[in-house]
Design a protein around this ligand. Structure first.
Ligand SMILES: [Zn+2]
Length: 566
């Protein structure tokens, strides 16, 4: 349970107007609210007062939550009053796992996710190549070959003839594989004689020539030749991403593996007062020495911009066949997936984690396959053994395919499961064919996590999945796979209620960044981050949740999105 920062506000809410007048009668001048939202259906995510009608805000903080008459007492001559018309008001959504800049770039990139065939994939890239300016790369894309028949990986031969002079490196939607054309391979110096790097695969044809598909660490050589964004481009991309988030009711984002240049832009926007979402940035653990040297600890910063976390990678993804399992994938020979290059050797990861933990930094580790998750839990328990119990809020990002034996240990170590429900309805299309029924039954096992007392934090992994919280809530509540084959839910016993899903997306994500006293619920004393929806997601049919839109988004008491433009 969260505690409030304002005793006076709590007194007013819980004791009502009689007490207030008594206080006022003793000459206690109550300041007027800057903003009142009334006639709302408020779901607070605060168990002390789960629902209410109205909210009062002074500056960037909530000062009162209660009935319309309670809150009307905060009204002064200059108070802005918003009539919510009975609509649902929730705490703003906090996306615990985004790639905010690649997400922002994706808004302008070639869109390949819906390409229904290899031919359409090639046609879309060709059209984009026609409009490319000199030196520009075609990037992003988010292609998904499982939507094609046959679902075979694309090769450079499919796109070379339409992209002769334009370098192409388009990503699979999970971010664990990319396809380069011949020009891009040449620029990166990848040939038949290039060996596979540790933690990566250069996909080859029968003659041993690269097909253009590069998996995980094999993509690094491409990263070295793709020109970085200029600061001006980066600022534009981030502003575009912020506008997208505001429109979707996302008021906080936890940016996984940002470049330092991204943080510099956030800092600039913070200073200008132009950040419309609160940022927690977790650079790669390969850069652990920098944060250790500065001496900052977890969640260091102000309400808009914090650092002090590190993102690590244990393995790849299910779709790319690189998630690391105890047992092989089905029909893929001995393939059990790949540990990431950061895990070669595991002692390297251990050293970095020990350094981070000793410095009080927070760890957020991507782990998808059951053995990858298990190995990270081993490392996490070594940290506790070495440095003692403390409130370190270790996280596993994705926590996708759990070994049955690990739920209890996950809970015992107080590890947070930072999960992306949309992946469940996406990967749910093909997971059983890759790993079989038994392992699939412990995939995105949200209910089992809660039953074991594990805290959930919700996110999207944008640009891998849509940033839209309604898609994520829909996924967690229905588990209806995107192919329409599981209308009653894929492993329906793992479905969450609306209240549980909303809590994971607000308080759960706030807890995962040490901010549960500052945000995550509509509670007096907390930051006034709220979202007003077109429909009551608690009462409509669950399958309609994905169509719900945002009427108004408020961050720190300021409206950053208003669908009516008022
Ligand atoms: Zn991610």
């Amino acid at each position: 349970m969260e505690r409030t920062g304002s005793f006076l506000a709590a007194l007013i809410v819980f004791c009502g107007s009689v007490q207030l007048h008594a206080v006022a009668g003793e000459g206690y001048a109550k300041p007027a609210a800057d903003l009142i939202i009334h006639n709302a259906n408020v779901w607070t995510v605060d168990k002390m007062l789960p629902s209410a009608q109205a909210v009062a805000v002074i500056g960037e903080r909530i000062v009162g939550v209660g009935t319309n008459p309670d809150i009307d007492l905060w009204r002064g001559p200059n108070t802005k009053v918003v009539d919510a018309g009975g609509k649902l008001l929730l705490p703003g959504f906090n996306d615990a796992h985004v790639h905010f800049v690649s997400g922002g770039m994706q808004l302008d990139n070639v869109q390949l996710k819906d390409a229904a065939s290899l031919q359409e994939f090639a046609r879309l890239i060709g059209e984009r190549a026609k409009n490319a300016v000199k030196g520009e790369w075609i990037l992003g894309g988010n292609w998904d070959e499982t939507k094609w028949s046959p679902p075979t990986l694309p090769t450079k031969d499919a796109i070379d003839n339409v992209t002769a002079n334009v370098p192409v490196f388009v990503m699979r939607y999970d971010g664990h594989m990319g396809l380069a054309n011949s020009l891009a391979l040449r620029l990166a110096g990848i040939t038949a004689s290039t060996p596979d790097p540790p933690g990566g695969t250069i996909v080859r044809d029968a003659q041993g020539n690269p097909t253009g598909a590069l998996k995980d660490a094999a993509m690094d050589s491409m990263g070295k030749v793709i020109p970085p964004l200029t600061q001006e481009q980066r600022l534009k991309v981030i502003k575009r991403a912020l506008a997208h988030a505001a429109q979707l009711g996302v008021t906080s984002v936890q940016h996984m593996n940002p470049d330092y240049a991204d943080i510099a832009v956030y800092s600039e926007l913070r200073q200008r007062g132009e950040l419309t979402a609160r940022i927690y940035a977790a650079p790669l653990i390969t850069q652990v020495d920098d944060q250790v040297k500065i001496g900052i600890r977890h969640a260091f910063g102000d309400s808009y911009l914090r650092v002090g976390a590190l993102k690590a990678y244990a393995d790849g993804s299910l779709g790319s066949g690189t998630a690391y399992f105890f047992e092989p994938f089905l029909n893929q020979g001995n393939n059990r997936g790949l540990l990431s290059d950061e895990m070669h050797p595991i002692a390297l990861m251990r050293d970095r984690m020990m350094d981070a933990d000793a410095a009080g930094l927070q760890l957020c580790t991507h782990a998808i396959g059951d053995e990858a998750i298990s190995t990270i839990l081993d490392l996490y328990s070594e940290l506790v053994k070495a440095h003692g119990e403390s409130d370190r809020r270790l996280r596993i990002e994705h926590a996708q395919h759990m070994a049955a034996k690990d739920f209890e240990r996950f809970a015992r170590l107080h590890v947070i499961a930072s999960v992306q429900p949309y992946h469940a309805i996406d990967d749910g299309r093909f997971a059983e064919s890759r790993i079989g029924r038994d392992r699939a039954s412990r995939t995105y096992a949200f209910r089992t996590f809660l039953d074991h007392g594990v805290r959930l934090a919700f996110g999207t992994d944008w640009e891998v999945a849509p940033l839209d919280p309604m898609q994520t809530l829909y996924a967690a509540i229905t588990r209806a796979t995107l192919d329409g084959k599981n209308p009653d839910g894929w492993f329906p016993e793992q479905k969450l209620t609306v209240a549980e899903a909303v809590e994971a997306y607000t308080m759960g994500s706030a807890y995962a960044e040490f901010q549960e006293h500052e945000k995550g619920s509509i509670t007096p004393g907390k930051l006034a981050d709220m979202v007003l929806l077109t429909e009551d997601i608690f009462s409509i049919a669950p399958e309609r949740i994905k169509e719900v839109k945002v009427l108004r988004t408020i961050v720190g008491g300021k409206t950053v999105w208003n669908s009516t433009g008022r």
